[in-house]
Ligand binder design. Structure first.
Ligand code: CO
Length: 140
């Protein structure tokens, strides 16, 4: 079968202080922020720093009931999820469901920078939250 995963879109890291994390990547590695966005529906502020054709996504909560706030409270800072780029989010999500997998998003939904996304439950994907990211070529 064809590989539905075409690229690592981003590796998302939950941090307590977004500006401090950005400053560290900039000063130590010379990385640059390509995109910043507050995603109200998810209760997060994020910054995307480009690494080749992928990104490091630094995430911090914007409110106490955000899933990322709960993550930080329970586990502390660290790897939050891996975003895989796919040509068609709906097709990739269907593949997960067809294999009996548990999903967080039953249907694809809007993500940051104009993407279409869906999350797969970490219980299905061997302990790591994964995000299927359809890059619609909007945000960059
Ligand atoms: Co993500």
């Amino acid at each position: 079968m064809d590989n539905l995963l075409t690229e690592i879109d981003h590796v998302a890291i939950a941090v307590n202080d977004l500006d401090a994390a950005i400053a560290w990547y900039e000063s130590v590695f010379g990385a640059t922020v390509e995109h910043r966005e507050v995603v109200d529906s998810d209760g997060v502020a994020e910054a995307l720093l480009r690494v080749a054709d992928s990104y490091v996504q630094l995430l911090t909560p914007t409110r106490d009931d955000s899933p990322v706030a709960k993550y930080l409270a329970n586990k502390g800072e660290g790897l939050h999820h891996v975003g895989y780029r796919v040509a068609d989010c709906a097709v990739a999500l269907e593949a997960v469901k067809a294999a009996g997998g548990r999903v967080i998003d039953e249907f694809p939904r809007p993500g940051s920078r104009g993407t279409t996304v869906a999350f797969v439950h970490p219980k299905t994907s061997f302990g790591t939250l994964i995000e299927l990211v359809q890059d619609n070529g909007v945000g960059h």
